[in-house]
Design a protein around this ligand. Structure first.
Ligand SMILES: *Cc1c(COP(=O)(O)O)cnc(C)c1O
Length: 423
């Protein structure tokens, strides 16, 4: 897929004149179009709902755009729940899919009326003790183990993942929950990440639908929804083909009719918890080239670093880079594009062939709209950047200011360190 920035150099410079680089920028138009398509694709399922994975891009302004289309919030921590509450999400519009959960967070989720998705069978007791009694509606997270394969190729390794209950545990959990008065059930599984194939959801769905039929037969549980969770990927690399959400949804429909429909379960709602797919391609990190260094390799130092985008350092992830204003220029140089951390893996690209970069050029790092800003940290005393929304009408708005040194010192507030260096 051709990688085209959603801002021009002129627009990016205009924004940088107001909010200095580096910054993450989001494309409202792209986010809206994509969300609309998701709902269109799954409109065959009456109860369909997307719960946006808040951890991917925990920005209230962006989540509120998705909420206009009927999305809920998928949370896995206290502050994600708080953020969802702050923007008015509650009840069935919050899915609490956590793991290794502190009891107090179950309590907070339940107070909000959130749907709790149990990661482990031991959480039944914990939940009951914490709340006094179990909620009427509960979901269980399933992990069948082994490898997740499509045709014969291995997509991921759930057998090595900490999440979810085994098959016997899932059946046992449903029986216990039923005996303790739970009335409505959900099943959830997340078995492969960033899948760039139209087959992931249909394959996963088939597994879950078959389990649902068995669970209903064996336990009598009233299964209200099946949560296919996240995992639909995006083409980070130009040689990858974009997923087709309409094909994916039709693939799910086919197995839905074959398995659930054929077994009298044609009213089960399909839920998703997509993060990356919802916002990933509609965010970019804009950063300026500020240093050039020719030693054993050719380096371009930029004003962003891994603190602003951790994926390359953490996973060796590829993020495409466009030198703004040089979209059509020939790629004639091989660079390492680096940040300023005292960490040699602080590189946005290694041996990347790009047009000649001059000092002051703006680099547009693609696909940072999910798991980008959100994974930021403060190593080396580096500060997190601003987030900016490029609106549908072409104007731009600050949706999170950049951190300042005062924020960095904030957790020492009782020691007045910030005062000491500023007065
Ligand atoms: C991370 C996560 C998601 C979203 O994953 P994506 O790969 O961004 O789609 C959804 N659900 C849960 C429970 C998660 O942990």
């Amino acid at each position: 897929m051709e990688k085209i920035p959603f801002v021009t150099k002129e627009k990016a410079e205009e924004i940088a004149g107001v909010y200095p680089t580096p910054f993450h920028i989001y494309d409202e138009k792209g986010i809206r179009q994509n969300c609309e398509n998701l709902y269109k694709a799954f409109s065959w399922n009456k109860g369909f709902r997307e719960y946006f994975a808040v951890k991917a891009t925990p920005n209230p302004f962006l989540i509120n755009i998705l909420r206009e289309y009927g999305c809920g919030c998928d949370c896995s921590s206290l502050t994600e729940l708080m953020l969802s509450k702050a923007i008015g999400a509650k009840g069935d519009y919050i899915m609490f899919s956590s793991n290794d959960t502190p009891p107090a967070e179950f309590k907070y989720a339940d107070d909000l009326g959130a749907i709790i998705n149990l990661d482990d069978i031991t959480h039944i007791d914990i939940l009951e003790k914490t709340l006094g009694k179990l909620p009427e509606k509960l979901s269980c997270r399933y992990n069948p183990g082994g490898f997740f394969k499509i045709a014969n190729s291995i997509m991921d390794n759930p057998g090595d993942a900490k999440y979810g209950m085994t098959t016997p545990q899932l059946f046992e959990a449903f029986k216990i929950l039923k005996s303790k008065g739970v009335k409505q059930f959900g099943i959830h599984a997340f078995l492969a990440s960033n899948t760039v194939t139209n087959e992931y959801y249909p394959t996963l769905a088939k597994t879950l639908f078959e389990v649902a039929v068995k669970l209903k037969k064996e336990t009598g549980a009233d299964i209200k929804f099946i949560n296919l969770s996240g995992g639909i990927g995006i083409p980070y690399r130009p040689d990858q083909t974009q997923n087709d959400i309409f094909k994916i949804a039709q693939g799910v429909k086919k197995v839905y009719d074959e398995v659930l429909g054929a077994n009298g379960m044609g009213d089960v709602a399909i839920y998703t918890e997509l993060g990356r797919y919802m916002t990933g391609p509609y965010g970019a990190l804009v950063t300026r080239a500020i240093n050039r260094k020719d030693t054993h390799k050719q380096y371009i130092g930029v004003d962003a670093c891994a603190v602003n985008l951790m994926r390359p350092a953490m996973y060796g992830a590829y993020h495409h880079i466009t030198v703004l204003g040089k979209e059509k220029a020939e790629c004639v140089k091989m660079y390492d594009i680096t940040g300023s951390l005292c960490e040699n893996n602080d590189k946005f690209a290694i041996d990347r062939v790009l047009p000649e970069i001059e000092m002051g050029d703006l680099l547009y790092i693609h696909d940072t709209g999910a798991h980008g800003f959100a994974m930021g940290y403060n190593y080396n005393g580096k500060l997190k950047s601003a987030e900016i929304l490029l609106k549908t009408d072409g104007s731009f708005e600050l949706i999170r200011r950049a951190e300042t040194p005062k924020d960095y010192f904030a957790t020492f507030d009782c020691f007045d360190f910030y005062k000491k260096v500023t007065e």
